[in-house]
Design a protein around this ligand. Structure first.
Ligand SMILES: NC(=O)C1=CN([C@@H]2O[C@H](COP(=O)(O)OP(=O)(O)OC[C@H]3O[C@@H](n4cnc5c(N)ncnc54)[C@H](OP(=O)(O)O)[C@@H]3O)[C@@H](O)[C@H]2O)C=CC1
Ligand SMILES: O=C(O)C1=N[C@H](C(=O)O)C[C@H](O)C1
Length: 266
């Protein structure tokens, strides 16, 4: 059985380092290189906190894909570089599995079109935790019956993007089934700007950032005399790794872009 050759972008990060530990344990995956804007030429094993693997760090993505044969790029970096890496990987025929969040709708559309044009599979998953994927699906189901809904997402304070990719995806899924509705009092006024959170099609997203948090979301539905709360918590980044592995396996069979892990879960 030939192994799937993987490049990880962002290997020293919280998610990237967890992905390296996951890849090290898989018999069918091989880490062939890392993309890091620092430490060009160093090996993964040079870093005490990373697994004992020989893959080399490249800072230039073109140099990386010209030097190393790769099947999949796992991107766990920043919105700016995640987007550039994904585009470049598609051009090289390397299938991106993207966990990086914060892409705009226009960027997602551009990557969807490029993936189709080149026939290169891509998976962009705002959340790889299976519990979070279920939470989003349950929220979509509930929104059919409870159109009044607010999303509260809570993350660690090193997060660059707000709202979280998960909250944006949840709102998009809810929007598919919910009639557009402006919530709250029709004449309500914010006396402090931002008090009611971000507005997506009349529903509100509130973003909390605090040290100690990892990744948490509550979707709260209101109706007369009752509330329904659907809640998910990731307490450790290991929670995302089943989904990363699933995405790597599945992207090898795709020739289009898939946005959201729910589309590959059986
Ligand atoms: N889809 C999912 O399930 C999940 C997605 N995420 C997303 O993944 C991304 C990473 O999150 P997290 O690991 O917490 O963040 P970290 O800040 O811990 O890691 C990001 C890493 O990327 C590195 N980096 C920055 N620019 C580049 C570049 N140009 N090339 C290569 N590496 C680069 C950073 O290096 P340096 O620090 O030196 O700048 C850092 O090591 C975020 O977008 C986050 O929202 C997070 C958790 C789950
Ligand atoms: O930055 C994070 O940590 C996370 N980002 C993703 C998001 O924006 O939804 C997934 C998860 O919530 C953790």
């Amino acid at each position: 059985m030939s192994k799937v050759r993987v490049v990880v972008a962002g290997p020293r990060g919280k998610m990237g380092s967890e992905a390296l530990r996951m890849i090290e344990k898989q018999e069918d995956l091989e880490l062939v290189a890392c993309l890091d804007h620092k430490y060009e030429g160093r090996k993964v094993s040079d870093f005490e906190e990373l697994p004992n693997l020989d893959a080399i760090f490249y800072s230039d993505i073109n140099n990386c894909f010209q030097s190393v044969k790769a099947d999949v790029l796992v991107d766990l970096t920043t919105p700016e570089f995640g987007y550039l890496h994904t585009k470049t990987a598609i051009h090289y025929g390397v299938r991106p599995v993207v966990g990086t969040t914060g892409f705009t709708e226009e960027q997602l559309q551009e990557l969807t079109d490029l993936s189709e044009e080149k026939g290169v599979g891509v998976i962009i998953a705002p959340n790889f935790a299976l519990g979070a994927v279920l939470m989003m699906q349950f929220a979509k189901w509930a929104a059919k019956y409870f159109p009044d809904v607010e999303i509260i997402e809570k993350h660690h304070d090193n997060k660059l993007d707000a709202p979280s990719g998960t909250a944006v995806k949840t709102a998009a899924l809810i929007k598919e089934v919910r009639e557009t509705k402006t919530q709250g009092h029709p004449e309500e006024k914010e006396t402090i700007s931002g008090a009611r959170g971000a507005d997506v099609d009349g529903m509100r997203i509130h973003s909390m950032r605090l040290p100690g948090l990892v990744a948490h979301q509550e979707v709260v539905f209101g109706s007369s005399g009752e509330n329904l709360t659907i809640k998910h918590d990731s307490f450790h980044r290991e929670s995302f790794m089943t989904g990363v592995k699933l995405a790597i396996d599945n992207v090898m069979k795709l020739d289009i872009l898939v946005y959201g892990l729910e589309n590959i879960l059986e």
